[in-house]
Design a protein around this ligand. Structure first.
Ligand SMILES: [Zn+2]
Length: 310
């Protein structure tokens, strides 16, 4: 069953290790061979700059990841750079779609021109923060009551203008509610249910419903501490508990996957890298029809992005 995965941190690794091959390096959970083996058809590659990088070097780091995307990912035979969502529809049997996203606006400071450079490079989804405060908003590991910063409006308006999807995965609660009222397109690219696992990285039922009311989607993440409270281990049936809860809330057409491979140090049993993706879809078939699993693994997101532009 083919897969669209909304989040991996391959670019961060590729930009740091010069000798790393996207094709088959065993240090990459989502190297190309593993993605192919897991039948991942479209992968979103995040640009992620660690908060320890000094502010003045962050844009350079982001550009380095764009370069890694071009140099290692886009040169792989069969890889198509998705810069317009319509391209997903046209992918051939032997082709693989690669999408860029930005995980946190830490690298833009208060310079909208930097954001423009990244969107021009192909970024299609933007999260305002990672876990911590920046010039735009506060992350989910901080005070949940602090709202968006004044510069956020400029950022959100610009992203709306360019039909970019706002990703709420790491945003704190107050920021989330403000963003929901301002953003045109909203998604959670890699978040689970806070009802099932009480972690601030996860979404409350109310938040999930608001995202879907905005026409957006929720994609579950395979990181054990967000699946089972604070645990370093989790199982596929435990991920399915999140999926079942979300499906009950908002329907099978609005739920998908965002593995977070290459950004996580603990893994789910039987789902430790992209090559094992079909273990999840096979397990889902015990609970859902084939059509429903296809909806979650691929068709729902395709339908969503094709409807983005009027
Ligand atoms: Zn993340």
């Amino acid at each position: 069953m083919k897969i669209i995965d909304l989040h991996c941190d391959v670019l961060n690794k590729l930009s740091r290790f010069e000798d790393m091959s996207f094709l088959n390096d065993p240090r990459l959970d989502s190297n190309f061979e593993r993605l192919k083996a897991g039948n991942v058809k479209v992968q979103v590659f995040a640009i992620y700059v660690h908060p320890k990088v000094p502010i003045e070097q962050r844009f350079q780091m982001a550009l380095k990841q764009v370069e890694a995307f071009k140099k290692f990912v886009l040169t792989t035979p069969g890889v198509v750079h998705i810069t317009e969502w319509e391209q997903i529809k046209e992918l051939q049997e032997d082709e693989f779609g690669a999408v860029l996203s930005l995980e946190g606006c830490d690298c833009i400071g208060t310079d909208i021109e930097i954001l423009k450079v990244l969107l021009d490079a192909g970024v299609k989804l933007v999260g305002l923060t990672w876990n911590y405060e920046n010039d735009v908003a506060y992350g989910n590991l901080e005070d949940p009551n602090k709202g968006l910063k004044p510069f956020a409006k400029t950022v959100i308006n610009y992203l709306n203008e360019r039909d970019i999807i706002l990703d709420v995965a790491h945003l704190n609660d107050a920021g989330f509610y403000e963003l929901i009222s301002l953003a045109k397109h909203v998604i959670a690219s890699h978040s689970n249910s806070r009802t099932i696992c009480a972690n601030p990285r996860n979404l409350t039922d109310e938040q999930v419903k608001l995202i879907i009311e905005k026409g957006g989607r929720v994609h579950v993440v395979f990181y054990p501490p967000f699946i089972e409270n604070e645990m370093e281990q989790a199982t596929i049936p435990q991920i399915i508990d999140h999926i079942k809860h979300l499906v009950k809330l908002v329907g099978v057409e609005n739920v998908g996957f965002g593995s977070d491979f290459d950004g996580i140090d603990f893994k789910v049993d039987g789902l430790t890298n992209a090559s094992e993706y079909q273990n999840l879809t096979n397990a889902l078939l015990q609970h859902f029809s084939e059509e429903e699993v296809r909806m979650m693994s691929y068709n729902g997101f395709e339908k969503y992005v094709l409807s983005l532009k009027a």
